[in-house]
Design a protein around this ligand. Structure first.
Ligand SMILES: Cc1cc2nc3c(=O)[nH]c(=O)nc-3n(C[C@H](O)[C@H](O)[C@H](O)COP(=O)(O)OP(=O)(O)OC[C@H]3O[C@@H](n4cnc5c(N)ncnc54)[C@H](O)[C@@H]3O)c2cc1C
Length: 507
């Protein structure tokens, strides 16, 4: 019998891969119940695709490459953009309720750094929930998919051929079970490693850690995107005020009502995300305050046009129709991830990765807004196609050790230090301090997933002595003429950390 396909993660990437893997038998592991614990559910803006009359995939690819600040793999960007319209059509056919007019035209929003209105939306800001509901219904109805809710991947099983033979699965009551098969990792982001995040706080780079522990190469882990307009009401995770609001004309003002982005960038509020995030960060650091003012641009239409944002604001006593929304940058998206080719292969035989935990190269140093749901669709389908055609492997699984847990207070310490030292602005001294904290926690609690993922991020950020895209070094503000991607194994990260830390601490 052909080995099953074990997919870890039930966001857009895991579910789309599962649906397209038929007729292969799929075991779908999702630690949280379906629909929960996934960034996908919270996506607001929608899916970027060249669907407008004035648009074309080449324009979409060009914007993606420009946003990525020299590190986008152009082949990946073109694949993403070319496949975009077809994937949105496919989701619509599955039941995702994208807004369309009677004559079939798509309702498209304009988001930052897009040269066209290009983001297909669902009921204003309900894209993720609408898409995920359609995907869950389809997966529940698919005979080839066995859903195991409450089971998460805890470690990868090494194979006799040096690759991956399956996963060690852990149930919510801590029961462990080895499962043999080809593996697709789709566990999403690592942004929950930060104290201020828009993603589920449980998104802590689990896939990155498991793959790295098996020897996979990690690409560009230092590139973490901070969303400039998380709603600053002291929640964990923090709710988001979608970029589409700025696309509609909402402006960023300080406490005195002054519009501050005009002085920072010619595109003002629609400048690339990293530029806006740094400007908001500096406003807050210097005590001037940062507020998203949608009173004129959206006003009375707020409850209908942006119901999620409206509800989040109102729950904190802020009526965005009449009051500017307090905002702060929050970790939001991981451009880096497990290095893969354009079909999800990690280079470790039997191990694939898709979605936010993977890095086929389409986002470079800065993801173009709303390209990530699309990434899950396009590269999820390609991985499924590759897996359908993959030759059967006859391998034996070796035992794997369960991942140690990081106690709550230790995790909170890590999250605070990640935000302080590996946030919107970094420097060598702070990153060396962060690595020392990770060393200390690892000495006490062992190599928990969160610590492994944090280490890769911190070491790569310390090694990149330039500023590029979302990675801004206060001590190295220049951008090198030569753009190079980081590719690092865990062994390399461990080996070079002491030298880098000593250099960073000495600055
Ligand atoms: C607030 C917010 C708004 C966004 N808006 C947009 C937008 O408008 N457009 C856009 O393109 N992108 C948007 N994004 C980004 C986008 O939502 C994500 O990049 C994308 O949904 C990631 O999909 P994924 O399938 O890779 O991961 P996720 O959707 O995060 O799913 C991960 C899954 O893995 C599971 N899991 C985790 N660990 C394990 C484990 N060890 N074993 C098994 N299962 C595990 C989780 O329970 C979950 O099911 C937004 C993100 C956020 C947070």
């Amino acid at each position: 019998m052909t080995r099953p396909l074990i997919i870890a993660g039930a966001g857009i990437a895991g579910l789309w891969t599962a649906l397209h893997a038929a007729p292969r038998r799929v075991i779908l592991l999702t630690g949280a119940p379906l629909g929960q614990g996934a960034s996908t559910a919270w996506a607001q803006g929608g899916v970027a695709a060249a669907l407008g009359r004035d648009d074309a995939p080449d324009l979409h690819a060009a914007d993606t490459i420009a946003a990525g600040a020299g590190l986008v793999d152009e082949a990946a960007a073109h694949i993403l953009a070319e496949a975009g319209p077809g994937e949105v059509e496919a989701l619509y056919a599955l039941g995702a309720p994208f807004e369309r007019s009677r004559n079939g035209e798509w309702a498209l929003s304009r988001e930052a750094a897009h040269s066209r209105a290009r983001v297909a939306r669902v009921k204003g800001d309900q894209a993720g929930a609408g898409i995920l509901a359609a995907l869950i219904a389809a997966v529940r109805a698919a005979d080839h998919v066995e859903i195991r809710e409450g089971w998460r991947a805890d470690a990868l099983l090494p194979a006799s051929d040096g690759g991956c033979a399956g996963v060690l699965a852990r149930r919510s009551d801590d029961a462990l079970a080895p499962l043999e098969g080809d593996v697709v990792l789709a566990t999403g982001s690592l942004c929950g490693l930060y104290a201020v995040t828009t993603t589920p706080w449980t998104s802590q780079g689990q896939a990155l850690a498991m793959a790295a522990q098996l020897g996979a190469v990690i690409r560009d882990p230092e590139f973490v995107q901070f969303h400039p307009t998380a709603i600053d009401i002291g929640r964990d995770p923090t709710p988001l005020a979608t970029e589409a609001l700025r696309g509609e004309g909402a402006i960023l003002i300080d406490r005195s009502g002054r519009r501050f982005m005009r002085a920072v960038h010619p595109q003002a509020e629609l400048a690339p995300r990293d530029v806006v995030a740094r400007a908001v960060h500096r406003q807050l650091r210097t005590g001037k305050g940062a507020f998203l003012d949608a009173r004129a641009a959206v006003g009375e239409a707020f409850p209908e046009r942006f119901p999620s944002v409206f509800a989040a604001c109102m729950s904190a006593g802020i009526d965005p129709r009449v009051t500017p929304i307090p905002v702060a940058p929050a970790s939001h998206y991981h451009m880096g991830g497990i290095a893969t080719d354009l079909n999800g292969c990690t280079g470790v035989s039997g191990l694939y990765a898709v979605g936010e935990c993977a890095a086929p190269g389409g986002h470079g140093a800065n993801r173009l807004a709303s390209n990530s749901l699309l990434d899950g669709l396009v590269f999820g389908r390609r991985a499924a196609e590759a897996l359908r055609a993959a030759p059967a492997r006859a391998v034996t699984a070796e035992p794997a050790e369960a991942a140690p847990a990081l106690p709550g207070p230790a995790l909170q310490r890590l999250r605070q230090v990640m935000s302080a030292e590996a946030g919107v602005e970094r420097d060598g001294v702070g990153l060396a301090r962060l690595i020392a904290v990770i060393d200390d926690l690892e000495a006490r609690y062992g190599g928990a997933h969160a610590l492994v993922a944090a280490r890769l991020t911190a070491v790569a950020a310390l090694a990149r002595t330039e500023s590029r895209g979302a990675h801004f070094r206060q001590d190295f503000p220049q951008t090198d003429a030569d753009a190079r991607s980081t590719r690092m194994t865990l062994e390399e990260a461990r080996a070079c950390a002491p030298r880098l830390s000593a250099a960073g601490a000495a600055e």
